[in-house]
Design a protein around this ligand. Structure first.
Ligand SMILES: *Cc1c(COP(=O)(O)O)cnc(C)c1O
Length: 810
């Protein structure tokens, strides 16, 4: 269809007619977008069916990636790219006087995730399909994605993200594949044929309806499936008697309580939200996902002997950990297996990725609430716990403390990470340092008990979305310089190092960066009426707003620079544009106050004529995947300044690097591996190491007041929070002063300040030498192949999942 322009045009016009009852002349942009989307989906569907048939026929292992979040962004552009028809499509539309970029913008972002964890899941799906691996996604079809952020008077305001308002051309609803999920009720036991059986009674029934989205591989005919579940009232439970009696309220109440399950994504990042509705969400999608996997498995297999050789289930953090007891339940209560056999299958099927060491983010649920919501699941977890504690007792007889620490149920809580470790065959961290901290600190006892389960898989990003799609001119330059092999084999980007001294390549790199900065500047000019100097350093921190990510450290550097400029407006500095973006959890006070602080500073600095436009500050509202695609290509400096030990990996750092930005960062997460790749001369490292941080946490010895009293710059900045320097009618910024000094600066912002400023000064000197800067930039791009998620997924496939590629023929 896409080889012949005329047939394509006809098909497009036909879609406008059949889908929207309109014509080319009359169609709105939204109608053009959905018509094109429908057309592309039809094209994908043929490959999708073929992929499913081949997977069914081949009888090989298939993987399911269970995740509470998938931060997909827009799909039209990436589908066109992966199908290999982006250019053809653009040309044809041009002939119809339609701008493809504009059409792409009509699509809403699928914002079904908070940040890194959800985006990782999306990158992994892209890599699985692109490596021809049989790997699917399973999650929730939230009616509302992560909230839309508006900045009003400098404050974050949250609006609902109604992403489905205009429909979703990519999904296919499969009502005939719906399954039932049961909550509450009680468990009655009976002896039947000498066996104890468990009967679930008086439960509330919820219908889980799947919506399937195709996941298109890169030019390879593979189309995997992302299955997202929606919660609906089950007709069986819909209370018609009360409805016909006129008791609408009761009927409606049931409907709402069910629909609440897939209504919203919890907007919390790096913090555990202790809400029973969230537990409901977790069980809901895990139970539905497993039921549909088993239904499919049983179409081909008469028994469960080979289950673990045919099916792999990966749980993205502990959110889907109820897959462990739920698989046990299905195997025992529904399929009649005994405990030992069910346990052997479960613990050979499930693998787990840990994403955080922050104790406040480790999920644990109060026993009482858990028990009444999921009575049978609780019984099974209880049994898993007892058996595990017995095993631990055999090994550490008398060491109550240790066993108490490791127990799955203790102190009135069900501890989800412990369940994940005991019930899965593989536990991985997401960067070398993170895995080391898991082994040596956070999960030390478990590592001693199950050393063979622990392994590292450093995160990655798909170079297709984050380079080919987001930065087409850079992608072309790379291909012109080293040939096209890097697209299939991102490690080949290393060939670029040969050109790191080639003045003509560096000049082109510079031109592309300037063009991208110009594009972002126009966007900023249009939206915020702020004029930027594209020759200035675009110094960018975009990520969730969180104390451990230390936006405040960045802000303090800006305040110090501004203080120096106010003292001496002729100070010879390279002009800088500080760009921020990111959402704060709605209930996270200090994070939201940081946003207000950035905006307050921005309005002071951007309007201060005396500093001659040497620095500008911009906060971009509603940071999401689509905005990110515009920001990374336009960045000079990548801010990765989390308190060492706190950022498990980071993936924003990789996207910046791949687009030629230079990192200023701490020795944390994947920054360490970026440093290993590019060498110290191509990155700017600052601050405490993770060992130093962990030692302060363990032994004390840090006093924030000492720094306040000894560093005049710090004193000045902190005093500016309370002395009227910042317009602050409600005296809110005093809370930042208090937070840092009276709470002793838990993330070492003040402690790392001097090192950060020194490092920023070194960076500035390097920037002044254009040749040296772009040499660094070229070296960063060249070494970014190591962080393609294709490599990461290859390691998961070989090292954990044991799945093989399948070639799908046309
Ligand atoms: C990559 C990405 C993230 C993760 O960024 P970090 O800097 O690793 O925290 C968050 N949000 C979006 C939209 C992203 O694209």
């Amino acid at each position: 269809m896409f080889k012949n322009k005329e047939t394509f045009k006809e098909a497009f016009i036909e879609k406008l007619a059949t889908v929207h009852g309109t014509t080319l002349d009359l169609a709105t942009d939204m109608e053009k977008y959905t018509a094109l989307g429908n057309l592309i989906r039809d094209y994908i569907t043929q490959k999708w069916i073929e992929t499913n048939n081949q997977y069914m026929k081949n009888n090989q292992k298939e993987m399911y990636y269970f995740s509470l979040e998938f931060l997909l962004g827009k799909l039209l552009g990436s589908n066109l790219l992966n199908l290999g028809i982006a250019d053809a499509c653009k040309e044809v539309l041009q002939e119809l006087d339609i701008d493809l970029d504009m059409i792409e913008n009509m699509e809403s972002d699928a914002g079904l995730g908070n940040g890194g964890l959800g985006r990782l899941a999306a990158c992994f799906l892209d890599s699985l399909a692109s490596l021809q691996l049989p790997g699917h996604g399973c999650g929730i079809r939230y009616k509302y994605g992560l909230f839309e952020q508006k900045i009003v008077d400098g404050y974050q305001v949250e609006l609902p993200d109604n992403w489905l308002k205009f429909g979703n051309v990519w999904e296919i609803r499969k009502p005939d594949k719906a399954v039932e999920v049961k909550f509450g009720g009680n468990i009655r036991t009976e002896i039947s044929d000498g066996d104890m059986v468990f009967i679930h009674e008086n439960y509330d029934s919820v219908l889980a309806v799947p919506y399937d989205t195709p996941i298109v591989g890169y030019e390879n005919n593979t189309v995997n499936t992302l299955r997202l579940w929606s919660a609906e009232p089950s007709t069986k439970d819909f209370d018609f008697s009360s409805f016909s009696r006129g008791d609408y309220m009761k009927a409606v109440e049931y409907k709402y309580s069910v629909e609440a399950i897939s209504q919203v994504l919890y907007p919390d990042d790096s913090n555990f939200e202790n809400k029973i509705l969230r537990l409901k969400q977790q069980y809901f999608f895990v139970s539905a996902g497993l039921q549909s996997i088993i239904r499919r498995y049983k179409k081909k297999h008469k028994n469960f002997f080979s289950f673990a050789d045919r099916i792999g289930i990966h749980i993205n953090d502990t959110h889907p950990v109820l897959a462990i007891p739920e698989l046990m339940r299905i195997l025992m209560d529904e399929e009649g297996l005994g405990w030992d056999e069910a346990w052997r299958i479960t613990t050979s099927t499930i693998s787990y990725t840990n994403h955080t060491i922050m104790s406040e983010a480790l999920e644990k649920w109060p026993v009482d609430a858990f028990k009444s919501l999921l009575p049978r699941i609780f019984m099974i977890i209880n049994e898993i716990n007892e058996r595990f504690c017995k095993e631990a007792w055999n090994r550490y007889a008398g060491d109550w403390d240790r066993i108490h620490h490791m127990a799955i149920i203790a102190d009135g809580y069900v501890k989800m990470a412990h369940l994940a470790i005991v019930g899965s065959y593989s536990i991985n961290g997401v960067a070398k340092l993170h895995t080391k901290i898991l082994r040596k600190e956070v999960m030390k006892d478990f590592y001693e008990f199950f050393p063979y389960k622990f392994n590292n898989k450093t995160n990655g990003i798909t170079h297709r979305r984050w380079l080919l799609k987001a930065n087409p001119s850079l992608a072309s330059l790379i291909t012109d310089t080293i040939g096209p092999s890097w697209v299939q084999h991102p490690h080949d980007l290393i060939k670029l190092t040969r050109y790191a001294d080639d003045a003509s390549v560096l000049e082109k790199l510079y031109k592309i960066k300037m063009e991208n900065k110009q594009l972002l500047s126009s966007l900023i000019k249009n939206k915020y009426d702020i004029t930027l100097d594209t020759a200035s350093i675009f110094d960018v921190q975009v990520k969730r707003i969180h104390a451990y990510k230390r936006q405040l450290l960045n802000v303090f550097h800006i305040m110090d620079l501004y203080n120096r400029l106010r003292e001496n407006p002729d100070l010879d500095i390279a002009p800088r544009t500080f760009i921020f973006g990111g959402k704060a959890a709605p209930g996270y006070y200090i994070a939201k106050l940081s946003i207000k602080l950035i905006n307050t500073l921005a309005s002071i600095i951007n309007n201060d004529k005396t500093i001659k436009d040497k620095i500008k500050v911009v906060f971009l509202e509603n940071y999401n995947v689509s905005l990110a695609e515009k920001i990374f290509p336009a960045s000079d400096v990548s801010e990765q300044i989390s308190t060492a030990s706190k950022e498990a990996s980071g993936t924003g750092n990789m996207k910046f690097m791949m687009n030629g930005a230079i990192t200023i960062g701490t020795m944390d997460g994947a920054n360490i591996e970026i440093t290993e790749e590019v060498g110290n001369e191509n990155i700017f490292i600052l601050g405490l190491t993770s060992d130093e941080v962990l030692n302060f946490y363990r032994y004390g010895g840090y006093n924030a007041w000492d720094i306040y009293n000894s560093d005049a710059r710090v004193k000045m900045i902190l005093n500016q929070m309370i002395n009227g320097f910042l317009p602050d009618e409600k005296e809110q910024f005093r809370n930042i002063f208090n937070y840092l000094l009276y709470n002793n600066d838990e993330y070492f912002v003040l402690k790392d300040f001097a090192s950060y400023v020194d490092t920023q000064n070194r960076l500035e000197q390097k920037f002044k030498n254009k040749n040296k800067w772009y040499k660094m930039s070229a070296n960063n791009i060249a070494h970014s192949g190591k962080f393609s998620s294709d490599g990461t997924i290859h390691e998961y496939a070989v090292g954990i999942w044991k799945i093989d590629p399948t070639h799908i023929s046309e």
